[in-house]
Write a new protein. Structure first.
Length: 508
């Protein structure tokens, strides 16, 4: 987390959310947990988090929320008040209640780098630990990563639509409650926004805080010119006049020019903001009037329920906009209600401590999971451009009837040729010689519940997102009808999946 502000208890300033309590879990996680204890089933298990469909009809997503998750896992526990509440339900026995009293996450966790461009069906996070602790953290993990990944992806689309322009996150008043209002600015910054209007988020995450003025400022003065002069007097280095309170072209821009000339005479620059009307027409006219007045350095900011489609249309039409203020559509996900991330059991401990691969079967092939503990490899060409992501077995590669105890992890090596299969394990496949860099994406973040390395700063995560995005052909980043990026499985993983399916069908 990027230099978070700390409370006296050492918690980050955004951490005062329900996610601090281990009660922030689905009730069935607790009922199953008690059942596992009663049946002496708290053995080692591996869960993997992945998503099934890229949001917004796009071809990719931006992985976000990891450092928030790792921070929350440090404190994820049951308070005495939580314990008292659970006891009052009269659903759990005293032995299980006592177990929960001392509950802490002590497992291991692997994840991709936060800010990585990711695709459906590939594990973003892998968790290994006791079955109970892995189960209890499910709801909090998905809530944290799903929401931030949704918002980071939306912001990235907005940023790309603007031509990687200047995006201000303006969504505090429309965000999904206080937690959404804190999570969204962090995620939007990762996705390409340059700052937020949310002052608390700025404090908590070390983000730039940004803003202009409200219509109420203008309406509080006898006239518009006086309002602009007063603001320029107080904030001569950060003046942006809101010019659509009364009439943008007949009043607002004319008074902004008068006040702006006074700032110019003092060696200061300024900007104007449009928050209503025909943004293309008004921005063109405002730019013309500013230039004719000799104020060519004055900037234009626009807002008003913008999204990536509107912004891309305005950019393509040549609207002279310098900065985009985006709120509702960015911090709520707009047309997409949720990120489709899921958390599924991939392996469980069998006799002799061997991890056995497991998979979920479904009448819907898209919901059938890939078994075993997996690594994700990103294959690049000689120029560093991403060509495909491949899932391989990273242990737990034995079948129910196998005896290899999981076997050695598969590795993909430069200079070798491989056959890669569609994740559904059907006939679709391709043969590929690995000529460029091949990179394992899942890296260990927690060992025994403790961090393995210092967390990157928020600007570092944002820079990683921007650099990673450059490694993908523009066809994968199209807003409409994007090219489908290849996510495949190795031959060994396909064979395992088919054998498990065969064994399952044979038992019916």
């Amino acid at each position: 987390m990027a230099n978070p502000a700390k409370t006296p208890e050492g918690r980050d300033a955004a951490a005062g959310s329900p996610a601090d309590s281990a009660l922030f879990t689905d009730f069935y996680s607790l009922t199953m947990a008690q059942g596992y204890r009663k049946k002496n089933m708290d053995q080692n298990a591996v869960f993997e988090m992945f998503f099934r469909k890229a949001p917004f009809g796009g071809g990719y997503a931006v992985f976000a929320g990891l450092e928030t998750l790792l921070e929350r896992l440090r404190f994820f526990s049951f308070s005495e008040a939580d314990i008292a509440y659970l006891s009052s339900l009269r659903f759990f026995d005293e032995a299980f209640i006592e177990y929960l009293r001392g509950f802490r996450f002590t497992g291991d966790l692997w994840a991709m780098d936060e800010g990585t461009v990711v695709f459906p069906q590939e594990p973003l996070i892998r968790v290994r630990g006791g079955l109970i602790e892995c189960q209890i953290i499910e709801g909090m993990l998905l809530n944290t990563v799903n929401f931030q990944s949704l918002i980071a992806t939306k912001t990235c689309r907005v940023w790309l639509a603007s031509g990687k322009g200047s995006i201000m996150e303006f969504g505090l008043r429309r965000a999904l409650g206080p937690d959404g209002a804190m999570s969204a600015p962090r995620a939007s910054y990762i996705g390409g926004a340059r700052g937020t209007s949310n002052t608390l988020a700025g404090k908590a995450f070390g983000m730039p805080v940004l803003g202009t003025m409200a219509h109420s400022w203008v309406m509080s003065f006898p006239d518009e010119e006086e309002a602009f002069d007063a603001y320029a007097e107080i904030y001569p280095d950060k003046t942006i006049f809101l010019i659509d309170t009364y009439d943008t072209l007949k009043s607002g821009i004319l008074n902004a020019i008068k006040a702006g000339k006074k700032l110019y005479a003092r060696g200061k620059n300024f900007g104007v903001r449009l928050d209503s009307g025909d943004i293309h027409y008004l921005s063109v006219e405002v730019r013309r009037l500013l230039d004719e007045a000799g104020l060519s350095k004055a900037t234009i900011t626009v807002s008003n329920d913008l999204d990536e489609s509107i912004i891309q249309t305005l950019v393509n039409a040549g609207a002279p906009v310098d900065t985009w203020g985006v709120g509702t559509q960015m911090v709520t996900g707009g047309t997409e209600a949720a990120f489709t991330g899921v958390y599924k059991l991939a392996a469980r401990e069998g006799p002799g401590g061997v991890l056995l691969p497991v998979m979920k079967f479904s009448d819907n092939p898209e919901k059938t999971t890939n078994p075993g503990v997996k690594q994700v490899w990103r294959i690049r060409d000689g120029d560093g451009m991403a060509l495909a992501d491949v899932l391989s077995l990273d242990g737990a590669g034995s079948t129910r009837s196998g005896a290899d105890g999981g076997g050695a992890p598969e590795t993909l090596e430069r200079g070798r040729s491989y056959t890669f299969w569609h994740t559904s394990a059907d006939y679709r496949h391709f043969r590929h010689p690995v000529e460029g860099v091949v990179e394992p994406l899942l890296k260990q973040r927690l060992k025994g519940g403790e961090p393995c390395a210092a967390a990157p700063s928020l600007p570092e995560i944002r820079s990683h997102m921007a650099a990673d995005l450059e490694c993908f052909d523009s066809s994968y980043k199209r807003h409409l009808n994007p090219h489908v990026y290849k996510v495949s499985i190795t031959e060994k993983l396909r064979e395992l999946k088919l054998e498990l399916i065969k064994n399952y069908l044979g038992d019916l």
